[in-house]
Design a protein around this ligand. Structure first.
Ligand code: 4NP
Length: 159
């Protein structure tokens, strides 16, 4: 990877939570003037939605907050564990899947994104089966808090 730092945001399907997290992370990096330094991407544990744009509710939340996004879903591959510095999961299930799939000599640090939430709301729950969009807005707010805090600690060389 040619950029100095890299982050991969993971969830089960890569159509709800991780696209929001990727959009937010990339937007914050840009706001900080660090766009040239960071490679940011997202991927799925499962392959069901490969090639698709995010769920319309995720797209709506990103649009409502003026976060640009035009990536499509892809599945996590072994090379990701060597190519990325940080791989973030959204919930405990993501973390156990990541740990199970990680090769022994992986370079990437596997982190629960919500562990950086200053409000301590650690789990970014799956809103896919919800009948409304509220869970997507909550996911967005959690991502903003956690990505902001992570980038602050990263800038301070604490992580
Ligand atoms: P995500 O939500 O992991 O936040 O993208 C899901 C989307 C699709 C499925 C599960 C979770 N699915 O089973 O198809």
């Amino acid at each position: 990877m040619s950029k100095k730092h890299s982050a991969l945001l993971i969830c089960l399907g890569n159509i709800c939570r991780s696209p929001i997290a990727e959009g937010v992370f990339a937007h914050l990096v840009k706001q900080n003037g660090d766009e040239a330094e960071w490679h940011v991407d997202s991927a799925a544990i499962g392959g069901w939605h490969v090639g698709k744009s995010p769920d319309w509710r995720a797209q709506d939340v990103l649009k409502a907050h003026n976060i640009p996004y035009n990536n499509t879903a892809r599945q996590l591959v072994k090379e990701d564990f060597y190519n990325f510095d940080y791989i973030f999961g959204m919930d405990e299930e993501n973390m156990s899947d990541l740990k199970r799939k990680a090769p022994k000599d992986a370079k990437a640090k596997l982190l629960l994104l919500g562990d950086f939430d200053p409000e301590g709301d650690r789990i970014i729950r799956d809103p896919y089966y919800d009948s409304d969009s509220k869970g997507f807005e909550k996911c967005y707010q959690q991502c903003v808090r956690s990505c902001t805090e992570f980038l602050k600690r990263h800038q301070n060389k604490e992580i």
